[in-house]
Design a protein around this ligand. Sequence first.
Ligand SMILES: C[S@@+](CC[C@H](N)C(=O)[O-])C[C@H]1O[C@@H](n2cnc3c(N)ncnc32)[C@H](O)[C@@H]1O
Length: 173
Amino acid sequence: MAWRNRPDNEWTISLLEINNSENILEVGFGPGQAIQLLSDVNASVHIAGIDHSETMLASARQLNEAAIAAGRVNLQLGSAEHLPFADSTFDKAFSINCIYFWKEPLQGLRELHRVLKPSGHVAVTVRDKKQKAYQAFRPDKLTQLFAQAGFFSVSVHHNGVRSHPLICVVAAK
Ligand SMILES: C[S@@+](CC[C@H](N)C(=O)[O-])C[C@H]1O[C@@H](n2cnc3c(N)ncnc32)[C@H](O)[C@@H]1O
């Protein structure tokens, strides 16, 4: 998963236009590759992550050991639908290849909206596939869900890679 998803991580992070010293959240970090990438690219940001799998938490902690020891990364168990953070904590938040698994995608987006600071931004990346399993995550459905969760300036981006098509929804609080 880690190797296959590297382009997804790079593209999503680039769309968020992260600035120095920002407070960033990833929901569903899996093996922790996106967090490692981001903390390597910008050592001034603080990154928090949650994932509901103990196995993934252990892998991601191992991969990001140095940044965690330096106090730049904080990873914990948690669910997208009940984020363990106070309101208005983060400048930016992202989630990659994860929203399909949320029991309540709208509740997860509402939680992302809650923990973002005013004018914070979120990016959610999914595979651009037309099969039935992805029907709830097509651009029109996602745009509607983001608006329902309270986001505005909702834009849908396509990576334009035919062999590995992705959609990323970027929105502002
Ligand atoms: C397909 S993996 C993607 C991991 C990583 N974002 C990537 O693209 O390489 C999905 C991850 O989301 C986590 N996950 C799924 N549903 C979740 C939820 N409701 N709350 C928190 N994490 C969740 C899984 O444990 C898994 O690590």
